[in-house]
Design a protein around this ligand. Sequence first.
Ligand code: ZN
Length: 67
Amino acid sequence: MDKKPCPFCGGTDLATPPGVAIVVCGDCGACGPTRLPHPRSDSLTILNAFTGWNERVNATEKEKSDG
Ligand SMILES: [Zn+2]
């Protein structure tokens, strides 16, 4: 799936802590929004985390382009 780089530092060292649907930037420590972890599927938990992360990245980029 599409993993957007960090909107704050451009880093691509993105980590998903186990059991938590959240993305953390390994370069600057920025976090995406916390999503619900999937009870049985780590891959779906990570998918949820990156869905939230990508939404955050899109929103941040829009804020920048709006001035
Ligand atoms: Zn970062």
